[in-house]
Design a protein around this ligand. Sequence first.
Ligand code: HEC
Length: 132
Amino acid sequence: MERLTNADGTEYWNHAYVSPLESENVQARCIKCHTDLSGFVHDIQDKMEARTIELGYALEGLTNSLADVVASGAYTDEQLADIRALNRKAQWYWDFVFVENSEGAHNSKLDNNCLDKAEVFIHAANVLLEQL
Ligand code: HEC
């Protein structure tokens, strides 16, 4: 919460919950380096959200393909073990980004690293699926 001063000079804690991007007090502390903080953060978030959605569909495709292969009953657990492991790893890294709730604003490098890993695991699993 922000410490503010009213017209009488009395200090108080601001209990109005708003996004930091909408708080003039927060923005005043950031403007020295971020002339357009809101635009800067929304740009990070728009790109991260687009990438998260794109990889989410790729992950859904992989999961559905794996489910079809399992349902076919034509393969043993041993044959599917590596694909299942890759699918779980991809899901874990994707989930981390999906649930961290800042769309990359808090640590875009970490989020992009996680999505990079998810992408590699999805690709590797799809290659193994094609080789069954
Ligand atoms: C002294 C300069 C400076 C100040 C003051 C400053 N920042 Fe930054 N901030 C930076 C730099 C440099 C980066 C890295 C930019 C890049 O990677 O392109 C950054 C990055 C960020 C990011 C992106 C983080 C990420 O992981 O991509 C956010 C969000 C951010 N700042 C918010 C704020 C907020 C909110 C404030 C005020 C409370 C603030 N900054 C004050 C210099 C500053």
